[in-house]
Design a protein around this ligand. Structure first.
Ligand code: ADP
Length: 248
């Protein structure tokens, strides 16, 4: 795969809920190694977009290609995860009674067939990966702490780590900066910039300051459609975007 090839390509996706159009003819393409932000007001369809990519919601029509030729509409949510698409929801969902490192171990085992894997010992390479991820998420010194005792921000970081140990190609992150301290937000921005290239990232975010600190490319959704797309600067100068989202 070349740098300019899309890792994900949505073509004319429509989603309706009881006649209500949540996504209308939505087309979107994310390049390999790209860090894309998706912004837009409440109800714009951002969560629905994530749900469609991960197989949680089936679109009425349209096509979704992953890695050029894998048609995601033919795969189950589990198969989509296995194909290398990891999603982080807005609220952290770590195992609170387990320690930090146990959470990472479980996450690393669970992408393979469950019983076989849960009983298997981690190999050296997998342990190294966990150490690396603990460091990356600044959790090394907390690795033996129960996850329930972590701060909100640390739980968010741990959950990103639980995705990273599975070596996803494409990371979908729903408002990862929500509830983080300023220092944590700065660090997560730095982390995302570092992950881009090796991984592709799609970040749904409300906090424009955070978007400014990470994104080279932004998609603005409004009423289930792409209102604007391009560099952050172009999008911020777009009259329609200012009207419906940024305000004057
Ligand atoms: P966002 O994440 O940008 O706030 P959503 O994707 O959650 O937007 O929602 C888009 C629109 O679709 C909203 O008007 C919402 O009320 C509607 N919607 C989302 N999910 C459902 C559902 N399961 N049933 C009915 N309407 C829904």
């Amino acid at each position: 795969r070349g740098k300019t090839d899309p890792v994900l390509q949505l073509e004319k996706i429509n989603v309706t809920f009881d006649g209500f159009r949540a996504l209308t003819d939505l087309s979107l393409s994310i390049g390999v190694g790209e860090l894309r932000c998706v912004i837009g007001p409440n109800g714009a369809g951002k969560t629905t977009l994530m749900d469609v990519i991960t197989g949680k919601t089936q679109p009425d029509n349209g096509r979704i290609f992953y890695d050029q030729d894998i048609d995601l509409r033919t795969l189950s949510p589990v198969e989509i995860a296995r194909a290398g698409i990891g999603r982080k929801f807005q609220k952290p969902t770590v195992f609170e009674a387990l320690t930090v490192v146990e959470n990472l171990e479980i996450a690393q085992k669970c992408d393979k067939s469950v019983w076989h894997s849960l009983r298997a010992k981690l190999n050296g390479e997998q342990r190294d990966r966990i150490s690396e991820v603990l460091q990356l998420l600044r959790l090394t010194e907390f690795s033996k702490r129960s996850a329930g005792l972590l701060s909100h921000g640390q739980k968010q970081f741990l959950e990103i780590g639980m995705l990273l140990v599975q070596e996803p190609h494409l990371l979908l992150l729903d408002e990862p900066a929500a509830g983080l301290t300023d220092a944590e937000t700065d660090y997560i921005a730095e982390l995302f910039r570092r992950l881009a290239g090796k991984h592709s990232l799609m970040v749904v975010e409300h906090d424009m300051g955070f978007v400014e600190s990470i994104a080279d490319h932004v998609t603005v959704l409004h009423q289930g459609q792409v209102l604007a797309e391009g560099s952050l600067r172009d999008v911020q100068a777009n009259e329609q975007v200012i009207d419906v989202y940024l305000g004057r």
